[in-house]
Design a protein around this ligand. Structure first.
Ligand code: ADP
Ligand code: MG
Length: 339
């Protein structure tokens, strides 16, 4: 991948570059090059599809991200939705809107990040659209497969179900804060900044949860735990009790928060962009440590589904006074300059 000079390549030269970068899509009848791509779904499977856009100066800034991370993240956020459905990725389409002054190094980096992530997830690029426009916009449509009727929905949680979450919460939001305040380069910032710039979709965990048979509802935590759990509660017509003392925080987060005057629980509850999986299981499902071994990642039980409609936060045995909301593009209730 040498020359990514947009003026020299033109639209069709760029598409050709992408086609070469993508390689032959395994399992597809047709990939890039026809009017549409052709996939023959496997017998006994449902097709799962999702789309997510990253818009310059809304979701990312060139001053705080590099092109490679951007390519990685554009795909990862979509793969996270596929994982949350309990599905396995099969391929993706890329709608690319580029300003005329897009630089070769930006395009090269973007392609590197995108294709590295695509290979790691066995999720080939099979098509897309390319246009010029005022700001960078990467819109990715991902396709996945799940056992027929086996997709994990938001609507199946029942009172008594246990609520669990993979990995850790709050790190990505702290990473954003550090980047935006110009402190992203310090050594103790690194892990959090990485979570913000290069989130990892929980593909293996999602597919295993999909096959497990005991998950009643699932969602990925993209807009903050409170908001995303709220979606599950509304869709399922239930309430929940969550103990904030149990929230899995990344190592070093509390100390950094203390120094920067930030509230670690606010980051974990409302921060967003962690791309962990939140899932509900029947009371008789395996214990968290057994689940952690099966999913090959940290798993923490944080609460329980309750009758009613309310989300109640507790701090150990006491009520937790604040109910924090996550991110909403059209209700700017909190300072959040990126997302
Ligand atoms: P049409 O005009 O029929 O929509 P295009 O010229 O836009 O066709 O695209 C030609 C081929 O290149 C199609 O297979 C399309 O999916 C693919 N393509 C276009 N842009 C991209 C892109 N950004 N990434 C991957 N494939 C692309
Ligand atoms: Mg087109």
């Amino acid at each position: 991948m040498t020359d990514w000079d947009l003026r020299r390549l033109g639209e069709f030269g760029l598409i050709e570059r992408l086609r070469r970068g993508a390689g032959e899509p395994r399992g597809w009848q047709r990939g890039i090059g026809d009017d549409a791509a052709v996939l023959r779904p496997r017998a006994g499977c449902d097709l799962v599809t999702t789309v997510d856009a990253l818009v310059e100066d809304v979701h990312f800034r060139w001053s705080t991200t590099d092109a490679r991370s951007l390519g990685h993240k554009a795909l990862a956020v979509n793969l996270s939705d596929i994982a949350a459905m309990g599905a396995r990725p099969r391929g993706f389409l890329l709608s690319l809107c580029l300003p005329a002054d897009a630089k070769a190094e930006q395009l090269r980096g973007l392609a590197r990040g995108l294709f590295a992530e695509a290979r790691a997830a066995s999720c080939p690029l099979v098509g897309g659209d390319t246009t010029a426009g005022p700001v960078w916009t990467l819109s990715i449509t991902a396709l996945g497969e799940v056992r027929r009727g086996g997709a994990l929905l938001r609507s199946g949680a029942r009172p008594g179900d246990r609520i669990l979450v993979t990995g850790e919460l709050g790190g990505a939001a702290l990473g954003l804060e550090l980047l935006e305040s110009g402190r992203g380069r310090s050594r103790d910032a690194r892990a959090h900044v990485r979570r913000q710039l290069r989130p990892v979709a929980r593909l293996r965990a999602g597919a295993r949860l999909g096959a497990s048979g005991f998950v009643s509802a699932a969602i990925d935590v993209s807009d903050g735990l409170v908001q995303d759990l709220g979606h599950v509660l509304r869709a399922s017509g239930v309430g929940a009790v969550v103990d904030v003392e149990r929230l899995p925080l990344p190592r070093g987060l509390r100390a950094l928060c203390a120094r920067r005057g930030l509230d670690p629980l606010e980051l974990a509850l409302a921060g967003g962009e962690d791309y962990e999986l939140l899932f509900c299981v029947s009371p008789r499902a395996p214990a968290p440590d057994v689940l952690a071994r099966r999913l090959e990642c940290r798993v923490t039980e944080i609460g329980v589904i309750a009758p009613g409609r309310a989300l109640r936060l507790t701090h150990g045995d006491e009520a937790f006074p604040r109910l924090l909301r996550g991110f909403d593009h059209f209700k700017p209730s909190r300072r959040r300059s990126e997302k």
